[in-house]
Write a new protein. Structure first.
Length: 269
């Protein structure tokens, strides 16, 4: 069991290394297929032995071998987060095979079977990329949204076509709700990227977990927004990237959606 845990963590670190490069290059229109990784300061290519996820950062003590400038903490942090998310998904999917549960992740396991883990790892990698790009650059690339939409529609068609139309209806409703907020606030309350992202994520959850996911996203955004305003890191009327809240609440709902559902529906009466 420990061996499988280590393998999934290593795989997560590798994917996280790719995501860290992708999220740097994508907003700058640099192809991920064009050349090796390079130092942000001296622009020298990084050798393969200095590009081993997490371990190279620790060995080099967070400094570039060529110019000795500090390597940004974003790279090891993204790798660690990706490794931990992959590990949590693996543990919970395996737990769902032995323990009866009605959490969303276990519902997926009962529907998709052995394909649940690769599907969730693929979707999670894409959403972590969305989280980082929106947090750093304040926009959500269309290609990431459409990739999630394509993968989710394809998976539902293959494994659960009966739920496709209901989930599509829910996805369009929640996306229209965010679009309304965008129009009313002239883009200050919600970006179009968030409106588009609601389509694949609403399609993923369907009813009633889309309500749980959206409620949690708005609650997180309100709390963090007020904290940032109190710390004078933001101001009223200024748009705060909402994509990171949509992604964070996606994982919260995926893992603990049933428990949250009970709390939210109780609160709503």
């Amino acid at each position: 069991m420990i061996v499988f845990y280590l393998l999934i963590i290593i795989f997560g670190l590798i994917v996280g290394s790719f995501i860290s490069a992708l999220t740097f290059r994508l907003p700058r229109k640099i192809s991920v297929l064009k050349g090796r990784s390079f130092c942000d300061y001296c622009k020298k290519s990084i050798c393969w032995y200095d590009n081993i996820p997490l371990f190279s950062y620790l060995i080099l003590r967070g400094k570039c071998r060529s110019c000795r400038k500090n390597i940004s903490l974003r790279y090891p942090l993204i790798e660690i987060i990706c490794g931990l998310v992959f590990l949590l998904i693996y543990i919970l999917t395996q737990k769902c095979l032995t323990i009866l549960s009605i959490e969303p992740i276990c519902n997926l396991t009962s529907t998709f079977g052995i394909w649940t883990l690769p599907y969730l790892l693929l979707i999670s990698s894409n959403l972590i990329t969305v989280f980082i790009v929106d947090l750093e650059e304040r926009f959500i690339p269309d290609e990431l949204v459409f990739f999630s939409l394509f993968i989710t529609i394809t998976t539902l068609v293959v494994f659960s076509v009966n739920e496709l139309y209901l989930n599509l209806s829910v996805a369009f409703i929640v996306s229209a709700f965010l679009l309304l907020i965008h129009l009313i606030t002239s883009g200050r309350g919600m970006g179009l990227g968030d409106v588009k992202l609601a389509l694949p994520l609403g399609l993923f959850f369907g009813w009633p977990y889309t309500l749980t996911w959206m409620y949690t996203s708005i609650l997180m955004g309100a709390i963090i927004g007020l904290i940032l305003i109190c710390l004078k890191k933001a101001s009223f009327g200024r748009q705060i990237a909402f994509g990171p809240f949509l992604v964070t609440s996606f994982f919260v709902t995926l893992f603990w959606g049933n428990a949250l559902n009970k709390i939210i529906f109780f609160y709503l009466g």
